[in-house]
Design a protein around this ligand. Structure first.
Ligand code: FRU
Length: 290
């Protein structure tokens, strides 16, 4: 790779329409700009796994030097990733895990841990008693599954029999869906104490639904992502009570691609750290979770 003839990195993003994913692409772009020996080609699958699959095949046919992918769903993308990898193209998977580890490396935060921290926060805040609405991320994606499982662990309803999840729905990571599901939850449940949404857009959609019927002050909203201009701002504005940072890994992915291109060996898995943002610490950059 030289500035005249750079290495080509293909970056496949599952849905650029979501703010967190636009941030990931920005992080990749900014990191790559410092290295004129690589050039990144971005593709947006617009939230369609089959489109993402064919975009991956285009990268392979084109003979890119490295593939970065943040896959929409685990099942439909496991085989195409494995095929590219076994065909000799290094593949770095970002944020959403696949069903097999047939790729060069995975970079992402620990979603079970984030879910567990959210569950512990809710159990403590409720003082052992209360009604919860859980708005799940897409359950065919691993972060949704992990954030659900971790949450139940952290909540520990066996130790807190007064805590109940009274409504749960899959809002597929999307704010408009979360808002609609929350409207149903509110219509059915006269008492809701906490809404746990698997991402900040979901938590914000739920807040808007509650506000529309004048009930937003009766409950606390918990989210995940903590983008400065999104979740952290919601916490500062008093819309969310807490959000957990989900770093994009974009910068780390470019650093790793450079290492792979230089023939260095890289770890099979990189786990990114998380932080918690509450009203008390949001202005000072949140608090690291060990
Ligand atoms: C964006 C997003 C984030 C979430 C992540 C999980 O598509 O929904 O809000 O944290 O994906 O993979």
């Amino acid at each position: 790779g030289t500035p005249e003839d750079p290495y080509v990195v293909g970056m496949s993003q599952c849905n650029l329409g979501e703010p967190w994913r636009a941030q990931m692409n920005d992080d990749v772009r900014k990191a790559a700009e410092k290295h004129p020996n690589i050039k990144v080609i971005f593709k947006d699958a617009q939230n369609d796994s089959l489109v993402q699959r064919s975009q991956l095949e285009e990268f392979v046919n084109q003979g890119v030097d490295v593939i970065l992918i943040s896959p929409k769903e685990a099942a439909p993308l496991t085989e195409p990733v494995a095929k590219a990898f076994h065909g000799g193209i290094p593949v770095i998977v970002l944020d959403r895990a696949l069903l097999k580890e047939e790729y060069t490396s995975f970079i992402g935060a620990d979603n079970v841990k984030i879910g567990r921290e959210a569950g512990k926060w809710v159990a403590e805040t409720l003082g052992g008693k209360g009604n919860i609405v859980e708005l799940k991320g897409l359950m065919t994606s691993v972060p949704g599954q992990d954030r659900h499982r971790g949450f139940l662990e952290g909540l520990d309803v066996k130790a807190h029999p007064g805590i109940k999840v009274v409504f749960e729905a899959d809002m597929q990571w999307l704010e408009p869906n979360a808002r609609k599901e929350m409207e149903s939850a509110l219509a059915r449940q006269p008492k809701v104490d906490v809404v746990y949404a698997h991402n900040d857009p979901g938590a914000h959609g739920a807040y808007l639904a509650a506000k529309q019927v004048g009930r937003e002050k009766q409950m606390k909203f918990v989210g995940i992502d903590a983008l400065p201009q999104e979740g952290v701002q919601y916490v500062k504005d008093g819309i969310l009570s807490v959000t957990f940072q989900y770093p994009t890994g974009g910068t780390e992915a470019v650093d790793m691609a450079l290492k792979v291109l230089a023939g260095e060996t890289v770890p099979k898995k990189v786990t990114l750290a998380t932080k918690v943002f509450t009203h008390d610490n949001a202005a000072t950059g949140g608090q690291a979770i060990p």
